[in-house]
Ligand binder design. Structure first.
Ligand code: AMP
Length: 287
């Protein structure tokens, strides 16, 4: 039961979620969903703020989605800070937290998988098999469960954003997808729930990833011709800094995510690399 504007609902069942959304809509409000895996930080709050600025009632989902983790990935140790998350969300006037248990999201017999071809096949999709199927499956469920008219996603996960846009269009899900620029620490490191895995030493090195992206981006803008050589040199530079393995560093078309061999309008650099055992991703627009 919602007692007043200062109370933020914490919802754990689908009927209660439907009721909360229906009540907002009956009051003539529009509902926006911000899907997250929790361990909330200022990057997530930028999505909340963007949705609030557009006048929506904001529902934040917190669900560490087992389907998007590979067998050797960090599902078990992924940070779970639910109480802190609720306090932060409440301080940002979030209307409700949607926090389903795994059995609510995937009851016995659950058998559906959503695969977005092509956009999901390269980059992170090539290195994290099944990851984007897990993302697409859970996001489609979250959008349908809530019936949110709007959903907000970060450009930090640029490939994910492209896949979700494609899926929403392909499945005629009645939801407008919005994107929000990456929020960074003062030293340039993109905020991420996984940054807490980094040792002090690695935390010192991590911002170099964005620095290198910025430097490659400006060289492409300035007319650098030999892109393969430049990208290779950047990979070596990262390895020398301590990045143990570079999954990819690619210059791609921002809509198709296909690799480009020369400067093209609407393009982007995307990277994924390991520092210690932590996989960091980032991306930058190339002007
Ligand atoms: P996650 O909880 O990491 O799955 O992220 C939930 C949402 O927050 C996704 O749409 C992310 O792209 C977005 N997000 C995560 N980190 C940032 C960031 N540093 N800046 C902007 N959005 C972010």
């Amino acid at each position: 039961m919602r007692l007043g504007q200062s109370i933020m609902d914490i919802i754990e069942t689908i009927p209660a979620l439907k009721q909360a959304v229906a009540t907002c809509k009956q009051q003539g409000k529009t509902v926006a969903l911000v899907p997250t895996m929790g361990a909330l930080h200022a990057g997530h709050m930028a999505l909340v703020n963007a949705a609030k600025a557009n006048g929506h009632e904001v529902f934040v989902s917190i669900f560490v989605n087992p389907k998007q983790f590979g067998p050797n990935e960090d599902f078990g140790r992924y940070p779970r800070t639910f109480k802190k998350d609720c306090a932060l969300a409440k301080a940002h006037q979030v209307h409700a937290i949607w926090a389903p248990a795994v059995e609510v999201m995937y009851p016995g017999g659950f058998a559906t998988n959503i695969h977005v071809a092509q956009l999901g096949d390269g980059l992170c999709g090539a290195h994290r098999k099944g990851h984007f199927d897990g993302v697409a499956t859970v996001v489609s469920k979250l959008l349908l469960q809530t019936g949110a008219e709007h959903a907000y996603f970060g450009e930090k996960d640029f490939q994910q954003l492209a896949i979700i846009r494609r899926m929403v269009e392909d499945l005629n899900i009645p939801c407008a997808v919005h994107n929000v620029p990456t929020v960074r620490e003062e030293d340039g490191l993109a905020l991420s729930s996984r940054n807490i895995y980094l040792s002090e030493e690695a935390r010192g090195v991590a911002p170099r990833m964005y620095e290198i992206l910025q430097s490659i981006a400006s060289r492409i803008t300035a007319g650098e011709k030999n892109l393969p050589l430049m990208l290779n040199n950047a990979k070596y530079a990262l390895q020398r800094l301590g990045f143990s393995s570079i999954d990819y560093l690619e210059y791609v078309d921002a809509a198709t995510l296909q690799p480009l061999s020369k400067r093209t309008p609407n393009s982007r650099l995307l990277i994924a690399a390991f520092l210690e055992n932590t996989r960091l991703i980032d991306n930058i627009e190339v002007l």
